[in-house]
Design a protein around this ligand. Structure first.
Ligand code: SAM
Length: 222
């Protein structure tokens, strides 16, 4: 297959993913839909998984981790209500796919990944795609990134035992935090809004994420 034909085929698969898996299931934020139509998800997985990159499920990215199902990524991004000028913290860079979407949707993205090898390859991918408004660092993101706080929005891509206090503290007044909360088989995606210094919590969806491992997360081997 020529490069052009292959590129057209992947673009068509990506458009179908957005239409059939994301828009058809209720995601209406036009900026999220446009970003997902643009970002080449197949470049964030290993070659052996590229044929599955636009399918309706998570995909292994090495080290026992996954890039989340497209719909879940879309729901998390929509819940953040990003308009463009925001500074965002992402906890759990993984492949960097959601980081790229955030870079399309906000002004500045700080992403923290616990596993150095994943952080390194995600940063390299994001750089090769030209995302200059992203900074990836290695660390325990359950503690946030105090030196860059406060954040307009925070998204956590791994399940926490409860809403991490450090993240609440690093959220700006009026800011949004999206985090999956709960044990392996009973997680809820929660949207937390900081209003007059208080956390106002809404349950969005049942979900299933890998664990957030860290001081305000789970211990290894949960
Ligand atoms: N959103 C990512 C993507 O688009 O590929 C997928 C993230 S994956 C579901 C969860 C990630 O969270 C894993 O890469 C895992 O290593 C990372 N993680 C777990 N605990 C963490 C912590 N305390 N700080 C930072 N990253 C953490």
């Amino acid at each position: 297959m020529s490069m052009d034909v292959q590129t057209d085929r992947l673009t068509a698969l990506r458009q179908s993913m957005v239409n059939d898996q994301v828009h058809a299931r209720g995601v209406r934020d036009q900026r999220v839909l446009a970003a997902m139509t643009k970002v080449p998800r197949h470049l964030f997985v290993d070659d052996e998984y590229q044929a599955q990159a636009y399918e309706d499920h998570p995909i292994p990215i090495g080290e026992g981790q996954t890039v989340s199902q497209p719909l879940i990524v879309a729901l998390m991004l929509e819940a953040l209500s990003l308009a463009g000028p925001e500074t965002v913290l992402e906890v759990g860079t993984g492949s960097g796919y959601q980081t790229a979407l955030l870079a399309e949707l906000a002004q500045q993205v700080y992403s923290v990944e616990r596993l150095p090898e994943l952080a390194r390859s995600a940063a390299a991918r994001l750089e090769s795609l030209g995302y200059g408004n992203v900074s990836v660092s290695v660390g325990d993101g359950s503690l946030g990134l105090s030196e860059k706080a406060p954040f307009d929005a925070i998204v956590v891509s791994a399940a926490a035992p409860q809403i991490p206090q450090a993240l609440l503290e690093q959220l700006r007044e009026g800011g949004r935090l999206v985090v999956p909360v709960g044990p392996a088989h009973a997680q809820e995606l929660q949207l937390v809004r900081k209003q007059q210094g208080r956390a106002v919590i809404a349950n969005l969806e049942g979900c299933r994420f890998v664990p957030l491992i860290g001081q305000q997360g789970y211990e290894e081997g949960w």
